[in-house]
Each structure stands twice: as structure tokens, then as C-alpha cells.
Ligand binder design. Sequence first.
Ligand SMILES: Nc1nc2c(c(=O)[nH]1)N[C@H]1C(S)=C(S)[C@@H](COP(=O)(O)O)O[C@H]1N2
Ligand SMILES: [Mo]
Length: 417
Amino acid sequence: MDTKKTSRRYSRRKFIQHSAGGVAGALVAGDALAADLRHGETPASWKVPGRGFSNYGQPRNSRDSPIRWISADRSVAGNGVSWTPLHQLEGTITPNGLHFERHHNGVPEVDPATWKMTVFGQVGKALVFDLNALHRYPMTSRIAFIECGGNSNSMWHPQPTQAPAGYQHGLVSCSEWTGVPLSILLREAGLKPDAKWLVADGLDAAGVSISIPIAKAMDDTIVGLYQNGEPVRPENGFPARLLVPGWEGIVNVKWLNSMQLSDRPLMSRFDTVSYTDLQKNGTAERFTFEMGVKSLITSPSPGQSLAEPGFYELSGLAWTGNGVITRVEVSADGGNTWAKAKLQDPVLDKALTRFRAPWHWNGARAILKSRAYDALGRVQPEREVLLQEKGSNHYYHYNAIISWSVDTDGSVHHVYA
Ligand SMILES: Nc1nc2c(c(=O)[nH]1)N[C@H]1C(S)=C(S)[C@@H](COP(=O)(O)O)O[C@H]1N2
Ligand SMILES: [Mo]
């Protein structure tokens, strides 16, 4: 007898028995049905060999496969974003093909054979690296999120946008980035005392250049060469990008071209016109690098529907631009009462943290919220509190509490509550 087939039948029977009387909505099979499943027809896939090998695996392609949604600006070629479908993913690591994208003028073609990166300015000696040279330096890996400063910006609108969680808040993704610590390259070039800022630019047609204080460049910034183990994807900055952990997306310059050390910021349009917010007092808030403490429930998400009252696990993501997430609370009554969610290990500095909380839906209308705390003692604010503090002209750095309603028919919507 084929023992493999026997054990597969056995484990299926065990699963059905264990889930009988369980809470999670599994079908409860009577003894007769279970016996039927055990002795019934063998699965069709046992009778024919499966598909062969492939050089590079592709996800299953079906109507409900996780995909990025694209919001492109038709007036400027290649300007726009594509969103990570946070509501279709689990865990904390973003698959490379689903990392969000933000380009100001498209993805440039970069030939790795001729690519060079220059470090110059306030240094002892200017250095030029080709890709082979860069690969010979000591590398490090770290898991970190990148979040666009403009993530969640529809939340500044007076009416709540109805879109799945990832298509409102998915300009954040989390990867294991591997590359050369920037401090190694800058030390080799020899920083002069006047080197207070690093101005990095990319090879794309947008002419992105951005100024970063030297302390951060020397602290945990990486010249990223690998993303979740494989070379950085073209849309995420191949062959090399900056990873500036916890800081707004724009400083994570892609398709690196040069880095100039300077005694002052360049005041490029990306330092000034963009990534700058008009405050209530009429002055501009510039160089707002660090991302705030933030969280959202990714399951359930707007666009989904709960089939029936009963047990559900609330699952979501929390992150902060400075330190670790220390606590996440969830509410099912619009914030009147809160319960502590479980933080899933590992809880890493400047990385996405998964939280989970059991919830019994009694069938009445519910308002779900999550609220994150970080190691600096910061708490995610309520929406009115953020609006009060920032005024109505803000565009970047929205990090207030996000609310979903579950209506009596089980449908989930975005609400301001
Ligand atoms: N050269 C270059 N770097 C860039 C950009 C760009 O348009 N050109 N966009 C920036 C912005 S605004 C963000 S949010 C991140 C997005 O990185 P990703 O596309 O890998 O998610 O890249 C940043 N680096
Ligand atoms: Mo961004």
C-alpha cells in the first residue's frame, strides 16, 4: 500500500475532527461525511503528474490574486504610485513584486555593466564605485519599512475614501534590505568637518536630488543592493538605492548616481516645494524626515464582507520611524473601550510589526480601530487631534487612527469615527 496516500487521508480526517466544534467557521462534518471523505474518490491530482519546473516562480494568477493598484498622473509620464495590497497580504515582509512604487518620471534603464556611483564634495578624496567594486565591500542586512511621506493622504479629505486598506495606506512596504553601510563608503572618502549634509541624486528623468543630514547618513543608512535576497528590482532602484530606515520615502533615493557632501542642504525642489507642509501659522514645515507612529487593521478591510456573526481575528500592521512598536490596542466600539492586541515576534526597529486580536462579532454595527504606541512613548492620535494640530493644508505624514465600520450585513467600510 502507498503509505504516503494513507497518511494524507489520515491527516485530513484528523483536521476535520479537531475543527469540529471549533470557533473559526470551519465546516463541521458528521461522522458519515468524514467517513465518506476518507473512503471516497481519490483526488484527481493524484492520478496525473503535476506541472514541471520553472526558472523563476510566478504567483498563481487568478482574479483574486494580490495585485498593486496603480494611480498614475496622466499629465507627467511615469509620475504616480502603485499601492501594496496590504489587505491581501499577511505577515510583515512584502513580496518584491508587490512593494509599492513611487516614481516621479518613470523607471530608468540602467546598465549594470557601465553604472557608476560618485562620492564627492567635502571629502578627502572623491571616489567612484562601479557595481563590482561596491559588491566587494562588507555588507549588512536589515528588515525595514519604506513609507512614502504622502501615504494615507486621502485621509486629509473631508469625506472618507472607500477603497481597500492597501489602496489607501499601502504606500508602505517592508523588506529585508542588504547592502553596504553608507558610513563605510563615506569614511573611506574621508569626511571633512564641513560635511554636514549629503545630497543624493538618482539617474531617473525626474532629476530627483534630496538632502540628508550627515548624522543619519553615517548612522544606519545603507546603499541597498538586495531586496529580500534578490537584486533590488528595477522599479525599486536597481542597481543601488539608499535605504534610510524610518525616514520618509523620498530620501530613499533610487537608481543612485552621485552623493555630494556639503555644508548645507541643496534646497532642491524635493527639499522645498515637495515634502514640505504648510502649517496653521502659514509657515512651511520642511525636512520632516521621520515617519510617525502608525497602525491599521488589514483584515478585515473595506471591500470585504463578514459572512456571519462569530469569531474573527483582527490582524493588522503597526510601525514607527523611530524605535520599536511597544503596544497596539484595538477597539470594536469606536474607541470607547480598548483591548491589547498581541504583537507577533519579531518586533523589529523601524520594521512593520504584525498585531493580532481575537474578536467575536455579535452581528451589531461595529467600529474597528487600532492604536499604536512606540518606544519613545508616542501614541497614534485620533483624527480630530491630528487635524487640530496640523490644520487643513497638510498633505504629508498622516498617521492618525484609522476606523472601519462593520455594518449589520457584514460589509466593511471606511469611516471617520
Ligand atoms: N531617483 C528617485 N528616487 C526616488 C524616487 C524617484 O522618483 N526617483 N521616489 C522617492 C519616493 S517619493 C519614494 S516614496 C520612494 C519609493 O520607493 P519604492 O518605489 O521603491 O517603493 O522612492 C524615493 N526615491
Ligand atoms: Mo514618497
